[in-house]
Design a protein. Structure first.
Length: 69
């Protein structure tokens, strides 16, 4: 019975580790996407999410950064 609980605890620990490593990888990919996009000289990044639409003569939201995950 003691062996059964040890195996179940090991399986639960492995599942938790896989879940946390997956989240860590996704966060690192998102962080690298943000850092690489911040180094560009794109005008949309310096507009802070607001752009002027010349056809409608209004201020509108621009297309913000969409992260990979």
């Amino acid at each position: 019975m003691k062996l059964f609980f040890a195996v179940m605890a090991l399986i639960a620990l492995c599942i938790l580790i896989v879940f946390l490593v997956g989240k860590l990888v996704r966060h690192l990919i998102n962080l690298s996407a943000i850092i690489s996009n911040r180094n560009t000289t794109d005008v949309a990044l310096r507009s802070h999410g607001v752009v002027y639409n010349e056809t409608t003569d209004k201020l509108e939201a621009d297309q913000s950064l969409i992260l990979p995950f």
